[in-house]
Design a protein around this ligand. Structure first.
Ligand code: PMT
Length: 412
């Protein structure tokens, strides 16, 4: 993921260098934009050396690239589009005012207007400037617009005064970035088993029965879980997707193979999420030779496949089990039935006939049905955003279920 750090002109500008390093350690690619004021306090070379990226310094002047100069007249649009997040640290009273009023007279202010990525500002200034009604009004205006504010700390300030105005601690700023990008390590210590994609059930050496699952939903969950610190095993049917970074993938083809892979990895997992579209039936017999065409109608006998999720949930202990429900009618009723029948803790139900939902789309529309009775209907979201919401619900539910178990134990 890519973060753009805007550095503005304050004594705390040097602290942005450490922020670049910390965010890189977290795996982010960091690009730095400096205002004219910032360059009075620290040189672009410092950031170019630390980030390994060119540092953008002005809208119309040539930008600094540690040797190569690049025209940047329309680059704010490109930077705006490639950034997953804009962080301004330190943010002066001046930049807060410009952001609040929509001024666009340098690279950073035009970038702010042009980006649709989340924005975080970490102000740093003199205590009176911070407390001034104009600054506070600007802060409120930005907050109301969805900008996240990392409030300054109190303490001794460079101007010799004491009070609020010191740039917040770097760890606090990094935590705000992680929280916004859902990269906080809140699944650290969890071992997650995830199924994804379709299964293929062979009729003969050249024909098989399958479904339209692309694996995108399950892979999005795997990627999000790994980013959030879980050790992830992904049992995947045949799909055309790259294995997300940090995820161990086990390729399977049939429902039976998927079942074996799940059974092998289940004991070590603390959370299991079943996003795969497993064939419910397979041919009772697989022919070893290609079936010959003839003029008679063909009848094939199918037998049910093992219900991998239901089997896993039978002996779940403290393991949290999440199932999906792919429905084409009576979504709520069917999802609730599946929650109970499969002994799951959470069911993610999608109406796969809805526009932009279900198979192969990059988006999904789901409702989360939890064991504690909470139903959460989500709007149409990208599959990666849906994955984050599923993981948030898993964490909430884990807290609720642990609390219940502890209360029960102390009552006995
Ligand atoms: O892969 P994509 O193209 O991104 O599409 C996403 C999706 C539509 C596949 C996904 O969102 C989804 O709904 N996955 C579940 C599909 C499915 O098989 O649903 P179901 O209602 O038939 O099954 C209920 C649950 O039981 C599922 O968690 C399924 O994994 C599990 N199951 C079903 C049959 C079986 N034999 N074993 C199982 O474990």
């Amino acid at each position: 993921m890519r973060i753009t750090i805007g550095v503005t002109g304050g004594v705390a500008a040097y602290k942005a260098a450490e922020l670049v390093r910390l965010l890189q350690q977290d795996g982010f690619t960091v690009e730095v934009v400096m205002t004219r004021g910032a360059r009075e306090f620290i040189t672009p070379l410092t950031f170019a050396a630390l980030s390994g990226q060119k540092v953008i310094t002005d809208l119309f002047e040539k930008s600094f690239s540690g040797g190569a100069n690049v025209e940047s007249a329309i680059e704010h649009i490109a930077v705006a589009q490639r950034s997953d997040l804009l962080l301004v640290a330190p943010a002066t009273a001046d930049i807060l005012a410009k952001f609040a009023r929509g001024m666009a007279d340098d690279f950073l202010t035009t970038l702010y207007l042009a980006t649709t990525a989340p924005v975080i500002v970490a102000p740093a200034m003199n205590v009176n400037m911070w407390n001034h009604p104009a600054t506070q009004e600007n802060i409120e205006m930005l907050r109301a617009r969805g900008v996240k504010i990392v409030n300054p700390d109190e303490g001794y300030l460079a101007c010799g005064m004491t009070g609020a105005g010191r740039l917040a601690g770097q760890q606090e700023i990094v935590a705000a970035v992680r929280q916004t990008l859902h990269t906080q390590k809140d699944f650290e210590g969890e071992t997650m088993l995830i199924t994804a994609g379709p299964t293929c059930e062979d009729l003969d050496p050249v024909r098989y029965l399958t479904n339209r699952s692309s694996g995108k939903m399950g892979y999005a969950v795997a990627e999000a879980a790994a980013r959030r610190g879980a050790k992830v095993s992904l049992v995947s049917g045949p799909v055309n997707l790259e294995t997300p970074s940090g995820v161990e993938r086990f390729a399977v083809r049939t429902a039976e193979e998927m079942r074996h892979a799940v059974v092998d990895r289940l004991p070590e997992s603390t959370i299991a999420i079943f996003a795969a579209a497993v064939a419910d039936y397979r041919p009772a017999e697989t022919q070893t030779k290609k079936m010959k065409r003839n003029r008679e109608p063909l009848t094939i006998r199918f037998e049910p496949t093992p219900d991998i999720l239901a089997e896993a949930a039978q002996t779940k202990g403290e393991r949290l089990i999440v199932g999906f429900a792919a429905e084409t009618e009576l979504v709520v009723e069917n999802a609730r039935k599946k929650l109970a029948a499969k002994n799951a803790d959470l069911i993610v139900a999608n109406d796969v006939t809805a526009e932009g939902a279900g198979f192969d789309h990059d988006t999904n529309i789901v409702t989360l049905f939890s064991r504690d009775g909470r139903d959460l209907a989500l709007p149409k979201l990208s599959k990666s955003a849906v994955a984050q919401r599923i993981l948030d619900e898993v964490l909430r539910l884990r807290g609720v279920l642990r609390h219940k178990t502890e209360s029960h134990r102390s009552a006995v």
